[in-house]
Design a protein around this ligand. Structure first.
Ligand code: SF4
Length: 754
């Protein structure tokens, strides 16, 4: 076990953030912010405590990145920082970390430098600079072996692309796909040459020494702070849970670390749901068949024929099984499906038709046949190791390839057997079928992620800090704590997890008596909680507009009123708008109805999916007349500052789709625990999503504008109060006349608009 990181003395924190201190010498216009310093002190205290647990909501503008990076660097331990989005990961590494590292170096050197003194000549007496390393999922990195193999068999059409990738391979130091800017974002060829785990030969690989992934892991062993995303963190924790490490530890994702900081922690439960379940789909099995056929060509005649035959069987039984699985799905809905890993930002809005799995006789027979075909294939792959033809070096490589394929096949067999066997009758899981852009996928997802999180991220002594701008409803972070397993499900006072009513400011929860199980059998950590509200002047800079007579979305005239209100709002803002929808269909319909009218008014209508996300956001930034219609991933991680974004419109309160099998299973689970699934789960979850969406508006202290929620339930339903409590204290407006006044009096002058 690695030691707890050093307890950072509070005076070091105070000194680094002080007026005239190291940060002030590095950041032009720097002013100490009490909330930022208090957050840094709270983080430092948590990092210096065995099993330290801290949950912090820090509103936009608190400066939370530096408030955790500085204590992380000062702690002298190896700290993993996990983010929910690529945008924040890049911001931390490219913008915040260099400042934090230099500030720590200056503090320790004991002599703050003057502005502009960027001389980086370390003299020997100065402390060595800390290192911060970005780590992405392995699919982001080029696999030299796969690339060289493909490059040898160039086919027409891929030639130009391969030449570009070849130049990239010989010039890049990291092999990171993000540096390959000359090629389109979605490059189908990339999946043929990435450092995918299924194709990696580990230390048997002839390109092991120059391998980018090997270099990354070596660098990670030396780094002070590793910046990863939630997917990589959960993949790492899942592997540790399964104890699935190969002999050289090459399957492991992260080196051991001393402390963990999870930013954008509100998305952790969803990512954990993806990673602590199991899935098997046609896409993976088709790729397995292709790879088996390729490997078969290296075997002698009999073995080759057998493997080719096995691949045919795999294809046929897989088709029959997944046709049966798809046909047997019941109920269901269309949902957004995340692609996982670092591609999530790009593909988070893919749609899938999701249905609950019904284990019919057809499904059982067809999946059993597929499980058998996989078992035969795994066996034949192992037997073929002795039937390889070729020179010595080639044979060693081919053996490693067959071993890899055999392991993959065995994993697929075991997963499918579990999915159609134990998981289907295990009430901890819900099994469903997705028919999406990547074919049919069968998934067993955990209904409650608090158990796997308690058994992994929160299991060890390493301190953990969870932070986000959206964790609390009012002053209460209880629902989030219960979701991640850091608070008891039941509270005898009916006020579970409320930390004595308020979590505002930094304090250690004083309700330890309620949380603590005297038997020690099911104890909960003592979780410190803090809320630092945004320092922005929401009341004068932002209005929350919901017309007093706005109908509810199921009313007959809601669409007409929505269009009417949106046109009014856009005639007021004249663009600079982000219209957030709760479904793709609603977005598509609204664009179809309104695009011609908006174009006629000189506005530039853009819709998610028409171009990559970053390109659409650049258009929003670049032209004040832009109106961007979007859904799903645009509700968070969008950071458009100034007048470019002065209006955020939300079509409906963002409840999850109730017919989604996962949502239904969680509701049923809550009912069994005596909870009200709507009041206890659906409403708090949706309120936090609304808070995220509304949070797109004010990104800096100088921003101003309007958030419009065009859903009458916000005013008319009793639960509307929960949503209102979750939002920052914007001026509430119910009529067009008042909104127009607010716009003229506050928004226009603040943004310098005429
Ligand atoms: S070690 Fe794995 S990822 Fe690296 S080059 Fe070899 S096969 Fe590719």
């Amino acid at each position: 076990m690695r030691p707890v990181p050093r307890a950072v003395p509070p005076d070091e924190i105070e000194a680094i953030f002080a007026e005239g201190g190291p940060l002030a010498t590095l950041l032009p216009g720097y002013q100490p912010r009490r909330a930022q310093i208090d957050m840094a002190l709270a983080v430092a205290a948590a990092l210096g405590t065995t099993r330290g647990r801290l949950v912090v909501e820090a509103g936009t503008g608190t400066g939370k990145s530096l408030a955790y990076l500085i204590p992380a660097l000062l702690s002298d331990g190896r700290v993993v920082v996990a983010t929910g989005t690529r945008a924040l990961q890049d911001q931390l590494v490219d913008k915040d970390a260099p400042v934090a590292v230099e500030a720590v170096r200056r503090l320790r050197a004991g002599r703050p430098r003057n502005d502009g003194d960027d001389d980086d000549d370390d003299d020997d007496d100065e402390p060595r600079g800390k290192t911060v390393l970005r780590m992405k999922g392995r699919n982001n990195y080029l696999c030299l072996l796969r690339f060289e193999r493909l490059d040898r068999q160039r086919t027409l059409g891929f030639d130009d692309t391969l030449v570009q990738i070849g130049r990239f391979a010989s010039s890049t130091k990291t092999g990171d796909r993000a540096e390959l800017t000359g090629l389109p974002d979605h490059l189908p060829l990339w999946s043929e040459i990435d450092a995918d785990r299924d194709h990696c030969l580990g230390s048997a690989c002839p390109s092991y020494e120059p391998c980018f992934l090997v270099a990354l892991r070596r660098a990670a062993e030396q780094a002070d702070v590793l910046v990863v995303n939630h997917h990589l963190l959960c993949a790492d924790q899942r592997l540790r849970l399964d104890n699935a490490s190969d002999a050289e530890g090459f399957a492991r994702v992260l080196p051991d670390f001393d402390a963990l900081i999870v930013d954008e922690a509100h998305t952790l439960p969803d990512v954990a749901t993806d990673h602590f379940g199991l899935s098997c789909g046609t896409d993976a099995l088709v790729r397995l068949g292709v790879d088996v056929r390729r490997a078969a060509n290296a075997c002698d005649g009999d073995s080759r024929a057998k493997l080719m035959n096995d691949a045919d069987d795999l294809e046929a039984t897989s088709k029959t099984a997944f046709d049966a699985v798809a046909a047997a799905g019941s109920g269901g809905t269309t949902v957004g499906v995340a692609a996982g890993g670092d591609t999530a930002d790009a593909l988070a809005d893919a749609r899938a038709d999701r249905r609950l799995l019904r284990l019919t006789k057809d499904v059982e027979q067809a999946t059993e046949a597929l499980v058998d075909a996989l078992a035969v294939l795994a066996h034949d792959l192992q037997k073929s190791r002795s039937k390889l033809v070729g020179k010595d070096g080639d044979v060693a490589l081919q053996k490693a390839t067959l071993d890899g394929l055999s392991g993959r096949t065995e994993r697929a067999r075991a997963e499918l057997a579990f999915l159609c066997g134990s998981a289907a009758s295990d009430d901890r899981f819900v099994c469903f079928v997705d028919k999406g852009p990547r074919g049919v996928t069968l998934t067993a997802a955990p209904i409650d992620v608090s158990s796997p999180l308690s058994g992994t991220i929160f299991a060890g002594d390493a301190p953990v800090v969870l932070t986000s701008a959206t964790l609390a409803i009012g002053d209460d972070v209880g629902p989030f704590l219960r979701q991640v397993g850091l608070a008891p499900d039941e509270d005898p006072d009916g006020d579970a997890g409320a930390a004595g009513g308020s979590d505002r400011g930094a304090e250690r929860g004083d309700d330890r008596g309620d949380d603590h199980d005297p038997t020690g059998a099911r104890g909960h950590d003592d979780v410190a909680r803090a809320i630092f509200p945004s320092p922005f002047d929401h009341a004068r800079r932002a209005a929350l507009y919901c017309p007093t007579d706005m109908p509810e979305p199921d009313a007959a005239d809601w669409t007409r009123r929505f269009d009417d209100e949106l046109l009014f709002l856009l005639s007021t803002s004249k663009g600079g708008a982000l219209c957030l929808f709760t479904s793709h269909r609603a977005m598509d319909d609204a664009v179809s109805r309104l695009r011609a009218e908006l174009d006629a008014r000189g506005l530039r209508t853009r819709k998610q999916g028409e171009r990559p996300k970053h390109a659409l956001l650049d258009e929003l930034r670049g032209d004040l007349r832009t109106v961007l219609f979007a859904t799903a991933s645009f509700w968070e991680g969008v950071d458009v500052r100034g007048a470019a974004l002065r209006l955020v419109v939300i079509d409906r309160l963002p409840f999850r789709v109730p017919s989604d099998p996962l949502v239904r299973a969680r509701a049923e689970h809550a009912r069994k625990q005596g909870k009200d699934p709507f009041a206890d789960i659906a409403v708090p979850e949706a309120a936090l999503v609304l808070k995220q969406g509304a949070g797109r508006l004010l990104r800096t202290v100088d921003d101003a504008g309007v958030v419009a929620v065009l859903d009458g339930r916000l005013r008319k339903k009793r639960y509307g109060r929960v949503f209102l409590d979750a939002l920052p204290p914007m001026t509430r407006v119910g009529s067009r006349a008042t909104l127009a006044q607010f716009w003229t009096r506050f928004v226009q002058p603040a943004l310098g608009l005429s």
